[in-house]
Design a protein around this ligand. Structure first.
Ligand SMILES: *[C@@H]1O[C@H](CO)[C@@H](O)[C@H](O)[C@H]1NC(C)=O
Length: 384
């Protein structure tokens, strides 16, 4: 039984000339008790919010659904179990991947949202990783991922602000998240598909442009994006921006060996820990444990979990035990806060992690997914 998946994935490797070997840290033993907590959260996410008939989460949205798909597969890769193996093909994103990898078809799904497109690429690749690992056919997922990646890459435009991809096909905004995701997907593409241009070239040009873009402020945090005059617009420093840049830089380090990229990543990770927390726990600017205060919108409800997931990916790519030791205590604190403060009835996780819920924590598929991401990260890199 052990040989079969290996043989199949070896055959697949020959046929598609691809698939990354996990780095040593990606194979590292994980904390069983934290994984068990994560499995409980994932089960609740599916039971409470997932509709097998539509393939979507009730109260979800395309890009956060994509993240939930990625997370279920990240979890199964961690546990070695297969309890969510039917979800990919059942999901709306998966059904589309099975239906077509045509560019026009996927343009219709992406509907002009280039950041959404890049999140979909990450989900399709993670599903493919899982399927390859289990000896299943991943080809439709890989083909669709490449199509969607190319949709993102086509939005690179040097004629405004000297480069960067547009946030949407309306071409009104160059922002941090879309460009951070372009760096990340390009660098991961360069790792997974080493002989396929233009992944590495795109990753290098993306970082070169972002490094000079001014979107990272003097505190080390990335603001939301650029003004029409191509200067930092001073808008909110969301947590997810501070995580996705790190995983992009970690992946670029993994392909180039340039360790300055890790230094750059940790400027921002450390600034997050210093500046975007209350009582050492991540706090989005819209988080309020009490009722009647600010309320995170549908997108913002998932941001902290994305910071955690991309810290996990950063540590995978940095592949350095001393860096794991540096971040493990903070990761453990987040795991504990999600467990003690964030988790409500029936294993659903709310939006507020930094303090016990006093009526302000919101419970949605996005917040549930965010909590799951924190626990999956902690199972790998937190204390046990
Ligand atoms: C390594 O990364 C740093 C940080 O971004 C950059 O400034 C430098 O040019 C890179 N070095 C090479 C040889 O590419």
């Amino acid at each position: 039984m052990h040989l079969l998946p290996t043989v199949l994935s070896a055959l697949w490797l020959v046929s598609a000339a691809n698939a990354a070997e996990p780095t040593p840290l990606e194979k590292r033993a994980q904390c069983a008790s934290t994984l068990s907590i994560a499995q409980g959260l994932a089960q609740e996410l599916q039971n409470k919010y997932f509709s097998a008939s539509s393939g979507m989460y009730n109260g979800g949205s395309l890009w956060t659904d994509a993240n939930a798909m990625e997370d279920l597969h990240n979890l199964m890769l961690a546990t070695g179990t297969n309890e969510f193996s039917a979800v990919a093909d059942e999901s709306w994103i998966g059904r589309n991947a099975l239906q077509s990898s045509d560019t026009g078809f996927w343009n219709g799904i992406v509907n002009g949202a280039i950041d959404d497109a890049a999140w979909i690429v990450l989900a399709l690749w993670k599903i493919a990783d899982y399927k390859i690992n289990r000896g299943l056919n991943a080809t439709p997922y890989l083909n669709s991922a490449l199509t969607v990646y190319n949709i993102v890459a086509a939005q690179w435009d040097p004629s405004t602000c000297g480069g960067g991809v547009w946030w949407s096909t309306a071409h009104t905004y160059k922002n941090a998240i879309t460009n951070q995701l372009f760096l990340l997907t390009s660098a991961v593409g360069a790792i997974n598909f080493p002989n396929q241009a233009p992944f590495l070239a795109n990753a290098l040009k993306s970082w070169a442009w972002m490094e000079g873009s001014g979107m990272r402020n003097s505190q080390g945090l990335w603001n939301d994006g650029l003004t029409d005059a191509c200067t930092n617009n001073g808008q909110t420093t969301w947590t997810y921006n501070q995580g996705v840049i790190a995983s992009g830089l970690g992946a670029l380090y993994a392909v180039t060996g340039n360790s300055s990229l890790l230094t750059q990543a940790e400027i921002t990770l450390d600034a997050t820990i210093n500046l975007l927390t209350t009582n050492d726990i991540l706090r989005e600017s819209c988080d309020d444990a009490a009722s009647g205060g600010p309320v995170c919108n549908q997108d913002q409800q998932i941001f902290k979990g994305l910071w955690m997931k991309h810290l996990q990916y950063y540590l995978d790519r940095a592949n350095d035990a001393s860096r794991v030791a540096k971040y493990a205590p903070f990761i453990g604190s987040q795991s504990s806060a999600v467990f003690h403060f964030g988790t409500g009835a029936g294993d659903d996780v709310g939006s507020v992690w930094y303090a016990p819920n006093a009526g302000g924590s919101i419970f949605t598929p996005k917040t549930s997914t965010s909590g799951l991401e924190a626990q999956v990260c902690a199972a790998k890199y937190g204390p046990c």
